[in-house]
Design a protein around this ligand. Structure first.
Ligand code: C2O
Ligand code: CU
Ligand code: CU
Length: 468
């Protein structure tokens, strides 16, 4: 197989940049270019999963990383790019790779694939048209996801396309923020405790692109932040001091118009893009506000975990600070972004029901069952537009995620969704009922849906969905 043009510059730039500047991943910084100037190209790249020393929060620790960086290199592609991504497994155990949120056939983005130690696998695909947005990659080897992800194996993917460059977005200064928490013990990653397995493991260092409370010094008055929650279990409720967050995108790309928010909640696995209008000089902290995601089990019982108490007093934990000069000027917000197709399933559309549970006796289940890779739980027909009704009967929040087919939220607890948006993760609080429109477009195959708290997924809160 011949590769006509290697995109070594593009990839090399991202990978090196992430290492070059201590405390801030420069590779995750890029100014959006004018529309239509970059043609589709062939991109060959390699991700090597290995254990080794890496810089995290200003110290060196032994992590599990892709290409030696924490988080992994930013992968920046354009709609239509032909990707040949080779995963090389230099870990002492099996792994694989998942391209979270991209509309790819299950035969390519295969959650059942086992890449043994010393093995490799090649993921060859075209970046789908209409995919412009923010995604991420991480391992999906059942039973090993929580440990591998927590230890550092994750990175962001940005797809550019015609819609990326809507004016005045093209004027914005862009930063990709991978939010990821970790706990280090004696120079290595802290192991899971039995409580971590039930609650989902949260690390005591909450990092942005592997840095602890980095500082951003923008030079343009409009900021575009692409935010990925790559944590195992930590929820991020973001607030920027002195500013609104204008949400412009969800998991699956741009909205129709910016949505003004005081704070923004991102469950594990979720992404959002926000614009920030800088107007005056000063230093403003991006805070992670306390969020009670419920704790059915564990040392602290239900309610707020003990370790959040000091955070609450402080009104939130600083994630990064933005320092703006007095001469920053004034950024203009776009009025409209892109039109979004409204999915309107017919009354006769196939309807699936899912019940999420977490109990001391029954464990973490969907429809009362634990994951079995050899069992097909749900069968769908390619081309159908389905309705999925999901109910959380558990005691804690569970972020529900579906591979391959992005969906739209129709309603939450009977109330219609605020705005049209493409999603691949939807959070359910205890008692919540959500209705989704799920279009089974383009291809079939055997894929999965699961809770994106990585520990719950590993414990079996996952099902198999086969589309033929
Ligand atoms: Cu990000 Cu099946 O996962
Ligand atoms: Cu996924
Ligand atoms: Cu869960």
């Amino acid at each position: 197989m011949s590769i006509t043009r290697r995109e070594t510059l593009r990839l090399g730039g991202a990978a090196l940049g992430a290492l070059a500047v201590p405390g801030w991943a420069a590779g995750a910084t890029r100014t959006t270019q004018a529309a239509g100037v970059t043609p589709a190209s062939e991109v060959a790249l390699e991700l090597v999963a290995a254990t080794g020393p890496s810089v995290v929060a200003g110290q060196t620790a032994t992590l599990w990383t892709y290409n030696g960086t924490f988080p992994g290199p930013l992968l920046r592609w354009r709609e239509g790019d032909r990707i040949r991504l080779r995963l090389v497994n230099e870990l002492a155990e099996s792994t694989n790779l998942h391209l979270h949120g991209l509309h790819l056939p299950a035969a390519i983005d295969d959650p059942f694939l086992d890449v043994p130690p010393g093995g490799s696998a090649t993921y060859a695909f075209d970046v789908p048209s209409g995919a412009a947005g923010t995604y991420w990659y991480h391992p999906h080897m059942h039973g090993r996801v929580a440990r591998q992800l927590f230890a550092g194996l994750a990175g962001a993917i940005v797809v550019d396309g015609p819609s990326t460059d809507v004016p005045p977005l093209a004027e914005a200064e862009e930063h990709v923020l991978v939010l990821k928490d970790i706990s280090l013990r004696r120079g290595t990653v802290a192991a899971h405790t039995p409580f971590d397995w039930m609650n989902g493991k949260e690390g005591d260092l909450v990092l942005v692109n592997g840095a602890w409370r980095p500082q951003l010094a923008p030079t343009r008055p409009l900021l575009r932040l692409r935010i990925v929650n790559a944590g195992n279990a930590r929820y991020c409720r973001l607030l920027l001091e002195g500013h609104f967050l204008y949400q412009i995108a969800t998991d699956g790309g741009l909205l129709e118009s910016p949505v003004r928010r005081r704070s923004l909640l991102l469950a594990p696995g979720e992404r959002a893009e926000v614009l920030v209008r800088l107007r005056r000089g000063g230093t403003f902290r991006l805070l992670n506000l306390p969020y009670d995601r419920g704790r059915g089990m564990g040392p602290h019982g239900h309610g707020m975990p003990m370790n959040l108490a000091p955070v609450l007093d402080a009104g939130g934990e600083p994630l990064l600070s933005i320092r703006t000069p007095h001469t920053i000027g004034r950024g203009a917000l776009p009025q409209t972004l892109v039109p979004i197709e409204r999915l309107a399933p017919a009354a006769t559309a196939p309807l699936r029901r899912f019940v999420l549970s977490d109990t001391m006796m029954g464990g973490f289940t969907i429809n009362g069952r634990r994951f079995n890779p050899d069992r097909v739980d749900e069968r769908g027909r390619r081309g159908d537009l389905e309705v999925w009704e999901i109910e959380n009967r558990g005691t804690m929040d569970h972020p529900f995620h579906l591979h391959t087919y992005s969906f739209q939220v129709l309603s939450l607890n009977g109330a219609a969704a605020e705005f049209a948006a493409w999603k691949d993760v939807v959070n359910l609080r205890p008692g919540d009922r959500v209705r989704l429109a799920v279009p089974l477009r383009d291809f079939g195959g055997r894929t999965v849906y699961h809770c994106h708290i990585a520990e719950h997924e590993d414990l079996g809160m996952m099902g198999v969905f086969e589309v033929t």
